[in-house]
Design a protein around this ligand. Structure first.
Ligand code: NAP
Length: 293
């Protein structure tokens, strides 16, 4: 039976780890806070005392944590997975990290004989729990083929963008575009509200017009109704993604692009006010209290 170590059981990782159990893999799990593992343990996962413990005897180690710092800790920290991974083991980093971090991590793990793929994902937690994520892979083609049995349980689509780092580049521009659309939508809707427009009609026009991306279509009704009950992606995580993309843009384009900078600024404000809230709530920061007559 193939053995997977899964590290990071947040909104996304919890469902992804469950997919390996569904598929009949032997699964070892670790999360910084243990309670999130309870139901996976009840389903047959082995609780591990550290990422290093989880990685002992694993054929593949998959991580889904918040950011560069968390990724560094779980792979390369004192109790990190790299400490116990065998030569030829596959490392699959699904977290959204910076390209610099992905490249550094790849070098560190390759030096220990470990195969590395960057594999950030698109899709919400419900897609993670049902194995319907899109996987954005950066890897040698031969390494991707070796890793494929560990990718198919979690992803319904695999897009191979090129060598290590390429999957992360695409993920970062994808999330920058999302940040711009959501921040722009919040401002547009706030203007319409303040001008006294019928917001049902505004929504109907957006849904039937040409400016609406799937991201806009998802967030417009939630923002208008101020209904953020199904929180899936936080302001802090989107800010992290936009900031990593701005850093990458500066390296590649030689300047700070104004649109990326604006997205980072909008999300910095949202992160300061509501770090762990759904990102759609940023409309509350730009709208004004309704005038009373
Ligand atoms: P989340 O629910 O906030 O989970 C974050 C995970 O990272 C938790 O397991 C957390 O552990 C762990 N973590 C944070 N800091 C850590 C540290 N210093 N050391 C060890 N573990 C640490 O976030 P999420 O929504 O699942 O997102 C996870 C990753 O997927 C992020 O990179 C995000 O950008 C990306 N992503 C998210 C979505 C989405 O819709 N949510 C979609 C695509 C990609 P604790 O449980 O102990 O806090």
């Amino acid at each position: 039976m193939a053995r997977v170590a899964f590290i990071g059981l947040g909104r996304m990782g919890h469902g992804m780890a469950g997919r390996y159990l569904d598929a009949g893999y032997s699964v070892a799990v670790w999360n910084r806070s243990r309670a999130k593992a309870d139901d996976l343990i009840a389903r047959g996962a082995r609780w591990s005392t550290s990422p290093a413990d989880a990685a002992i005897d694993a054929d593949a180690v998959v991580t889904m944590v918040a950011d560069d710092d968390a990724s560094r800790a779980v792979w390369l920290g004192p109790d990190g997975a790299a400490a116990t991974m065998r030569v030829g083991t596959i490392a699959i980093e699904c977290s959204t990290v910076s390209r610099d971090h992905a490249l550094r991590l790849s070098r560190e793990l390759n030096a220990r004989g470990v195969i590395y793929l960057d594999c950030p994902v698109t899709g919400l937690p419900d897609a993670a729990a049902s194995g319907k994520l899109t996987l954005l892979v950066g890897a040698d083609a031969a390494d991707l083929e070796r890793a494929r049995p560990y990718l198919t349980p979690i992803g319904s689509t695999i897009r191979h963008f090129g060598p290590v780092g390429a999957g992360t580049v695409y993920k970062l521009i994808n999330n920058l575009l999302g940040a711009m659309q959501i921040a722009g939508l919040a401002e547009g809707l706030a203007i319409a509200e303040q001008a006294g427009l019928d917001m049902n009609l505004v929504l109907e026009a957006i849904q039937g017009g040409v400016v609406a991306s799937p991201q806009v279509l998802r967030h417009a009704p939630r923002m208008i109704a101020r209904n953020f009950a199904d929180a899936s992606f936080t302001a802090a995580l989107r800010h992290k993604d936009a900031a990593y993309t701005l850093q990458l843009a500066e390296q590649l384009l030689g300047e700070r692009p104004v649109m990326a900078q604006a997205a980072v600024d909008a999300y910095a404000r949202a992160k300061a006010a509501m770090p762990d809230e759904d990102e759609g709530r940023m409309i509350e920061l730009v709208s004004r209290p309704k005038a009373t007559s």
